[in-house]
Design a protein around this ligand. Sequence first.
Ligand SMILES: C[S@@+](CC[C@H](N)C(=O)[O-])C[C@H]1O[C@@H](n2cnc3c(N)ncnc32)[C@H](O)[C@@H]1O
Length: 301
Amino acid sequence: MNRIALLPALLLASFVHHDIVAATGGTKTKTVDAEAKMFTMSAGYERFMGRWSRILAPAFVAFAGVKDGDRVLDVGTGTGALASALEAVVKSGEVVGIDPSEGFISYAKKNAKSGRSRFEIGDAQALQFKDGSFDQTMALLVMNFIPDHNKAIAEMRRVTRPDGVVSACVWDYNAGMQMLRFFWDEVVALDPAMAPKDERHMKLSREGQLAELWKKAGLMNVQEKPLVIDQAYTSFNDYWEPFLKGAGPGGAYVVSLSEDRRQQLEDRIRKRLLGDRGDGAFVLKVQAWCVRGEVPKSARS
Ligand SMILES: C[S@@+](CC[C@H](N)C(=O)[O-])C[C@H]1O[C@@H](n2cnc3c(N)ncnc32)[C@H](O)[C@@H]1O
């Protein structure tokens, strides 16, 4: 099977641990279709999560310690938020973004700001690069979506040169991600059967979990740190529309609901975000756990 033919399977496999089946108003097939699409609709993704990634990316680049002249691999580049922040720092190096989603890769290519970045279809679990070919290998909001994260971290270490840095961030889905926390709290209040699907159970999203994975992979001088950012929303629709378009696991759930059920959920979330104001601007805060570690000087360590 060629890599393009593998894509639908890869995308579905990424979310096997998130096989949301709507308890009300949707069939399993309908929900699985929505899940398969959730990371392929670039414009919806940008309004949903890309807007957060673009704020977080420069702080992540600084934390990882990327320098001008570095050759950097952006694993799970999506629509290219991290690659674009990297271009601002890496004036004379190269940024390579890989992602299994064809739609995301073509969006990232179209929106690249310079000839210093290139984008390819690829899978973190089987990177198509030579050993030690990058100074920095980074994954922004990706590790939790990779079915075999142990394989991915081994691959990320392999393609990074000795003394180079491997780094990642994952949202603190439990308590520190207001944008999704408010959503899932209201989903579960309305439909307790959805509790196991609440993204608070997302792997690698709690303090210490990324650091443990990095140490297990043999990376040195491992540091983990929370990065906190704010996002301003202009109105309730500014927040809600991406969910209606099926973005992310939450959006996959929303599009699987009957109209009545969707309206009930919308009313609860509107109240949670705006109280009695009905509509207006508001600000949400989110936290990500970020980790960095160095590849040992001797590749065999
Ligand atoms: C939440 S998005 C993050 C995208 C981007 N890094 C950002 O911060 O906006 C998760 C990304 O992981 C990608 N992904 C899922 N499984 C993957 C895998 N096995 N290898 C590489 N990327 C993967 C998805 O296609 C999606 O683009």
